[in-house]
Design a protein around this ligand. Structure first.
Ligand code: HEM
Length: 187
């Protein structure tokens, strides 16, 4: 994955646990560098090692870390110069979720080796949507839950995410039920 992702993991650990905790994580993960080049691709294995090492050092499950990371990513990208891209993707939670593939297609202009996820939305009415997540990578479904929760915060929209189907359990792809408070009609 691009260094932007690894750098965000580093920053999340430094913000929440301090530089010394990050040093322990990267040593356990056998990562020599302290910082990552955002626009350089790194092997997925490095990101995987960071998550597993953080899980041991910080005594949290990999799933909990990935979920927290998803939430962190929403504000991180906005503060790292990708705010305009985020703005373009929509001004409400359902609109934004619907436009995730367009968002990553725009990201891909500057990140030519991007291996982006793909999302389909199924609107069921009354503030419920099914979100279908397709990925060439394994194990990142908990990150999606955190991402949707982070987007709920971004749009001041209370949201609940429930995983309905898991690739981990043999399903073809991951499916989430997203229940959100629909914005009140303007007066
Ligand atoms: C402007 C904001 C964003 C940027 C710049 C961005 C960029 C990226 C980058 C660089 C990767 C790594 C993929 C690779 O290196 O091959 C990635 C992966 C991913 N992104 Fe985004 N992203 C953004 C917003 C979002 C949002 C809001 C979601 C919400 C669902 C999301 C979902 C994901 C997921 C789930 C992955 C994991 C990749 C996989 O499943 O294979 N991203 N994104």
């Amino acid at each position: 994955m691009y260094g932007l992702v690894n750098q965000a993991i580093r920053d999340m650990i430094c913000v929440n646990h301090g530089q010394e905790a990050w040093d322990r994580v990267r040593q356990r993960a056998e990562v020599k560098v302290d910082r990552f080049q955002g626009m350089e691709p790194y092997p997925d294995d490095l990101t995987h090692r960071l998550v597993m090492a953080a899980s041991v050092e910080l005594e949290e499950t990999p799933d909990a870390l990935l979920r927290a990371f998803g939430e962190f990513w929403v504000t991180y990208t906005a503060s790292e110069g990708y705010g305009p891209l985020m703005e373009m993707a929509g001004s409400s939670l359902p609109e934004f979720l619907h436009n995730l593939d367009d968002l990553h297609a725009r990201v891909g202009v500057n990140f030519p080796q991007l291996v982006p996820p793909s999302f389909d939305t199924e609107e069921l009415g009354e503030g419920t949507m099914h979100l279908h997540y397709h990925s060439q990578r394994q194990g990142l479904a908990p990150m999606v839950i955190g991402l949707v929760e982070g987007l709920g915060d971004r749009f001041d929209t209370p949201v609940e995410v429930e995983q309905l189907a898991c690739r981990r359990d043999g399903a073809d792809h991951d499916v989430f039920a997203v229940r959100y408070d629909e914005p009140a009609d303007p007066p």
